[in-house]
Ligand binder design. Structure first.
Ligand code: ZN
Length: 459
């Protein structure tokens, strides 16, 4: 691997925008400064007119998710590839909780699957779907191994994902606080969903998905875990916030002292439930469901005023034809792809509209998730000693996202037809070029597992 000197670009990170050259040596950033000279044998990359960004982090992905008797279109190689085209060099993916084995072994099962396939680097969230007497010890082993965040559901009781005994949940929060493990929660209150479903007399078309799991359900879910976090004086991470009602609960909890880290996704920012109408409605079914335009606007406001810290994608891709196999929202494969579109959407609809400084948008997909998930400053920063993950981004190129120019193996984009501004020109992971001139140069198995330290949410 030869040294790389990225010359003449505008470095953009959480600290701002400045003219700076970046020297990469032995997979790390070596120097950042003005008018750097190339070392011997160094390749010089002209970044004039381009932004130089830290490699992005998609902190919420489900590559190779086994669901309903099939597996997602993007396994680890395909997920890494489309991520790299979008400037993402690190993902935080999820391990299911296999209740027959320990939490650590559950994580190791997932890592064994990932290690041969990932080209992006990766950290892990461990699902916790049930309690055991020695769960405290299991959590301790998990944290020591390098998994410092767990994922809980307040729904999916029917498939065994939910810890529904309040005392058990309370005990779990207490263990996590003691061990400084970040609790991440998918917030939808299961009892309210059951109640709505129980009295439902309507159809089960894609559009009905939004009515069967309305925003009240999310608000109640956030309330439940938010109260626990307040009680234990511990931070809490809300995954994929989707609604204005959920945001209102976040505000209330914060006003009472809760320390919440809030994540949203591009689809809750820029898509609404009118997408669920019509023959392609199933393409837009995910959980929580798409909401109203007012919810988009509320979340965009929260993004721009700092109430939302992280943007990730919940990338969970099924093919175009798989998605359209059913028109019944109870059986449509849930989830959409999105890693590739993550930053260009933020750039187009938040930055270029003048509402969000580009450095803030960059921070939400680099530094902030890296800090949340204990991988900063190894990841999420262009600083001497950090992993040399970088993106060259042309902020001025106009193009249109289509089903065919996006690289997900799903064969479609939920943003098909969106006119966007900004294009990834080059993606570099640990000093190796993953994307250049529209070509993918990564290889399955090159990605490494990142041992996570304690989340900075505990500071
Ligand atoms: Zn998810």
């Amino acid at each position: 691997m030869s040294d790389l000197l990225i010359k003449g670009g505008v470095l953009v990170d959480g600290e701002g925008r400045r003219q700076a050259d970046v020297l990469i040596s032995n997979s790390k950033f070596e120097k950042v400064g003005e008018k750097l000279d190339p070392s011997e044998g160094c390749r010089v990359i002209d970044a004039k007119g381009l932004y130089v960004l830290p490699g992005m982090i998609d902190a919420h992905t489900h590559y190779h998710l086994v669901s309903r008797g099939t597996v997602t279109a993007d396994s680890f190689p395909e997920g890494s590839r489309c991520a790299a085209f979008g400037g993402v060099t690190t993902v935080v993916d999820f391990a299911d909780h296999d209740k027959r084995v320990s939490l650590l072994d559950s994580a190791k099962i997932r890592l064994a699957e990932m290690s041969g396939g990932m080209a992006d680097d990766y950290a892990l969230h461990e699902g916790v779907y049930g309690m055991k007497d020695d769960i405290g010890l299991e959590l301790e082993h998990l944290k020591d191994f390098g998994v410092s965040a767990i994922k809980l559901f307040t729904t999916y009781k029917n498939v065994g994902y939910m810890i529904d005994n309040p005392e058990e949940l309370d005990r779990l929060f207490s263990y996590c606080k003691d061990l400084k493990i970040l609790v991440c929660v998918h917030c939808e209150a299961d009892d309210l969903i059951q109640k709505i479903n129980g009295s439902w007399t309507g159809t089960y078309l894609p559009k009905d998905h939004a009515l069967l799991r309305p925003a009240e359900v999310e608000a109640k879910g956030i309330q439940i875990v938010g109260e626990l976090a307040l009680k234990h004086h511990m931070p809490l991470y809300i995954v994929h916030l989707s609604s204005a009602k959920g945001l209102a609960v976040v505000r209330d909890l914060r006003s009472r002292g809760a320390k919440l880290v809030v994540e949203t996704t591009p689809h809750y920012l820029f898509l609404d439930r009118s997408k669920l109408e019509g023959p392609e409605g199933p393409l837009y079914v995910m959980t929580p469901p798409l909401r109203d335009k007012e919810d988009n606007l509320a979340l965009q406001g929260a993004l721009c005023n700092g109430e939302i810290q992280n943007v990730a994608t919940d990338h969970c891709s099924f093919t175009y034809s798989q998605k359209l196999e059913s028109n019944d929202c109870r059986t449509i494969y849930p989830g959409i792809p999105g890693s590739e579109e993550l930053f260009v959407l933020l750039h187009t609809f938040a930055v270029r509209t003048g509402r969000l400084a580009v450095e803030k948008a960059v921070q939400m997909v680099t530094e902030n998730p890296a800090k949340s998930f204990g991988i900063y400053p190894k990841k999420g920063a262009i600083k001497p000693g950090s992993d040399a993950d970088a993106v060259l981004f042309d902020p001025n190129e106009n193009w249109t996202i289509t089903n065919s120019n996006i690289h997900s193996a799903s064969g479609y984009s939920a943003y098909n037809g969106f006119q966007v501004t900004g294009k990834v020109r080059m993606t570099i992971r640990r000093g190796e070029i993953l994307v250049e001139n529209g070509q993918y140069l990564g290889h399955p198995g090159e990605g490494i597992f990142l041992k996570a330290a304690t989340s900075q949410a505990y500071r």
